[in-house]
Design a binder for this molecule. Sequence first.
Ligand SMILES: Cc1cc2nc3c(=O)[nH]c(=O)nc-3n(C[C@H](O)[C@H](O)[C@H](O)COP(=O)(O)O)c2cc1C
Length: 212
Amino acid sequence: MNHSCLMISTLLVMAAAAFAQESAKLIKFPAPDKNGGIPLMQALNQRHSTRDLADKKLTKELLGNLCWAAFGINREDGRRTAPSARNWQEISLYLAMEEGLYLYDAAEHALKLVVAQDLRKLTGMQEFVATAPLNVVYVADTQKTGARPGDDALLYLGADCGFIAENVYLYCASTGLATVVRGMVGREELAKAMQLEPQHKILLSQTVGFPK
Ligand SMILES: Cc1cc2nc3c(=O)[nH]c(=O)nc-3n(C[C@H](O)[C@H](O)[C@H](O)COP(=O)(O)O)c2cc1C
């Protein structure tokens, strides 16, 4: 290979690497598969927590379906698959994966890169979280709650998060995935690593993967 051929191929490799990096900033999901999974009563019968996960990544399709089932938009007016107090929609899903930390954008049905680092280890205090393919972190934006006198905003945050986490449990049960919701989270350290603002409150984390 002569000098100019070598230069051109080097440039092509660099351009391809730059493109690959660029595209990872946004992961646009295909439309969710709303016909998949087993019937609801069977999914309820199979819902359980699992902490034994296989060393296998989730596909983009599974990630997209999971996000939509969790808290995707299911009506034209922008309402979601889980209820929220006064339709605050104050909870965001952050996905901690090996490739980085992503935020689920429900309107775009896409993931947006927030931190290009593997933060999985920080999402919990149990060993399996560091190697699980996915740890969802539920974060409430307390500025979106607009609580009125007599409201117990903290109670509503917990309830709203619980609905989303249960959607994930049922999606996993219906698709044969393994999951466990976790309250044992080092919130202070994780919030710093996630570059959260002071009004953002980490509620729970939830590990998802294939069963062993
Ligand atoms: C709010 C909440 C916090 C939890 N925190 C943890 C946790 O930090 N670590 C863990 O391994 N499981 C955690 N779990 C899972 C429970 O241990 C589990 O749901 C319970 O043992 C019942 O098992 P099942 O989900 O299989 O019915 C939590 C569950 C909930 C609802």
